[in-house]
Design a protein around this ligand. Sequence first.
Ligand code: NAD
Length: 511
Amino acid sequence: MSQQMLTTSHAPTPIENFVNGAHVTTAEWSKDSTQLHNPDKFIPVLSPYSGETISYCPISKKTDVDLAVSAAQEAFQAWGNRTMKDRAQIMIRFHQLVIKHRDELADLIVLEHGKTKTEALAEIDKGNETVEYAISLPQLTQGKIADVSRGITCQDAKRPLGVVVSIVPFNFPFMVPMWTLPLVIGLGNTLVLKPSEKVPLTMNRVASLIREAGFPAGVVNIVHGAAETAGLLTSHPDVKAVTFVGTSHVAELIHKQGRALNKRVLALGGAKNHLVAYPDCKLEMTAQDIVNSFTGCTGQRCMAASVLLTIGPQPQLIQEIVARARQLGFSQEAGAGKMGPVIDAASVKRINAYVTESESQGAEILLDGRTAVAPAGAEGGFWCGPSIVLHKSKSDKMLREEVFGPALSILQVATKEEAIEFENANPYGNAACIYTNDPWTADWFTKHFSAGMLGVNIGVPVPREPFSFGGINRSRFGDSDITGEGAINFFTWTKKVTTKWAVPVEANWMS
Ligand code: NAD
């Protein structure tokens, strides 16, 4: 996609909610274009490549949220009563439509998020894997049944909850919504999804594919907006469960708000992922994997490497990492090149501020992303090159807080125990990885890391279906994983059915 394609030849228009099977404008939008500049009604959607406004995201108010939840509530009865197989068959059509429109969806991700086309295509494929998993629900959810006594059987029956709300972040416009959408509806619930106000276009397009696949009206609804809309959804009395993915402070807030109303809540938060390089690690493989981990999707992944702990000095490894990261260039072509921009100007400022603060504390800047030059013609975009910082002080903020950008902190520690002490002291708990050539060392680390998703020689240890995705500590508020088996339990009630058809004459009440 060229820069020209991003230049809007006509005035950008607002997107619409998707309610009861149709695109609808928000209640307060009177099609008066001056309203687009009212920050209480619309948020401009910016191209990270150019900084230009490409669309407007409406801020859904109570009327809009009520409309969507009531459409979902109305659709629930009939949808929840259909067989699992019936629902899976519609899911197969949706899966095929995602494949058919893969390229178009990836272009939308490039346009609104700024990642490269290769990364966008990988995101579509990974998101569609969860759809594949949901297609298998008839095989995965049979429940238990057993004769527990003479003439008596007990059965666990999985039943849908009702209306489920899903609030998602900006960093995976398609994949994160697909963590919940296929399982939520595949299990017989109905859904109201709120995309990030920064990237609403991809799911707006997916809404049409939902309709084309044949999901009945009201099964999937999409309402747009930011914090206010998310709050209205979380507190809505007809919503049975809420999932959230985003920063930890909002995750904690949503979790508290929903739990206080006795809803099921699963809120995934931020991350601070540690990689440990043991002296016996394979140099080239480790260096490349670390670079991929901290720069992929321009570092805006909850599984991205953030801190590298080297056990003892490892100058050759560090040199190799710096040399490889230095080669990553921006491209004038949106979606091309090895690295895209970050999501907004605030992110550029935040990421660079961490590097500057570390520098002021005596850290050595081995690679300086602050000086990265925007591609010609894209000077208005949000550009931030890869930074590599060698810390001298363990108390640098960059070593402790989530940076969420293409920046790697390196800290030398003396022993494996010191590495673990440092990792365990961090309040987050999404991912960690050990690079080593020795299985005993790998085993020791996987037993001692505090994070929930662990890698051995893989810096982005994302579990793939059927394995569940989810961190621990401040990376997750709630007791379940968001995909896999844990999610099947989260999105269903387990009803326990005890059946007695015949009582032998000699039975007493305990038999
Ligand atoms: P964010 O918390 O700013 O926003 C996430 C969602 O919450 C958006 O839909 C937003 O509109 C809404 N929101 C924002 N403020 C709110 C508030 N006060 N009340 C209610 N809703 C609110 O996060 P983001 O910047 O979009 O995404 C990046 C963050 O997401 C990073 O911290 C990243 O680590 C995290 N993330 C975590 C995972 C995971 O699996 N743990 C996965 C992806 C992203």
